[in-house]
Design a protein around this ligand. Sequence first.
Ligand code: GLA
Length: 390
Amino acid sequence: MTPPAVGPSELRSTVQKAFRDHFGAAPACIARAPGRVNIIGEHTDYNDGFVLPAAIDRAIYLAGRLRSDKTVNVQSFDYRSDASFTLDQLKDDSLPPWTRYLRGGLWVLREEGHPVRGLDLVIAGNVPGGAGFSSSAAVEVAFFEMASALLNIPMTQPQKALLGVEVEHRFIGIRTGVMDQMISALGKAGHALLIDCRSLESTPVPIPNGVTLMALDTGKRRQLVESEYGQRREQCEEAARMLGVRALRDLTPEQLAASADKLPEVIARRASHVVNENARTLAAVEALRGGDLQAVGRLLNESHASLRDLYEVSIKELDIMAELAQNTEGCYGARMMGGGFGGAVIALVEDSAAAQLAEEVSHAYNAATHLKAYIYALKAGPGSSVEKLT
Ligand code: GLA
């Protein structure tokens, strides 16, 4: 098992101390925003559908203060790297890639008509990057937590999340859904959140005692994800248009089955995944509430098969990892998580079986792929927050 993360209080003091060392003064604020896992509801968010993610006990921390000029100085504790730029250089892609989401946050704030100023910032975190835990959404949400406090801009949690989505759409150029930013801003310890991605209403769903959320990272980083993601989204929009509904969320599995022959074959398969995944997500919430973990597990396994066969966003390594987990004692169910084409599998595992599963699956995965698996036992933690220090 990948060793336990540096704890939240250590990370908080890390950014605080690094800020003092680097800028010679205390930060005015410390913001924190977690990464996430998604139990079920994959590729449903941009179809106005349902998702069931949980914030995790790993987060991005930002320490910061306002400056009186237009300069932004940032230190990344994790990359041991510094960057300086002005508010006129936000789109300068020669700056280090790890500054992108912070530059995007400032750019979106300014586009939204807020008076932005220079900042001194230190960033650190323990959300593994590129593995499907949405570390970039966590950076965005942490940034808006900090900006709302430093610039005195009142924002609700969903507003901070939606600004993060704007960064993806308008600055990074990927038309993601709202799931990652919403769960980072609104997560609740010990709970997953059922999020209705049309109304943005969210309902906490307790994670039953005795269950560990395990993330099994394949070590394969996402490839081609941006173009494939955009294409899937367009196919879903086309299906909705052809069937005369606002979004695929508006169809039941029965309604879709009755009119699927009106759709080209590939589009019908994409729509079938989304419509049935919405139904599975709602069914998983009922099963979790009723304590029927076997049923939740079956839904996870069905979700994986659908993402692999109908939505076609899995890769061999994700299939191997999911299957290994599914066939291990004490695992209720497992499936690929997030956008796909790499990243991690989420598995729901009996507490007492977690350590053994990590060992067996790592071993078998390595034997099958010659790759190293990174395995995390995670807890559902709280959503983002900001602390004013001065
Ligand atoms: C990525 C996106 C999310 C969501 C998932 C797939 O993580 O950022 O908005 O669409 O893929 O469920």
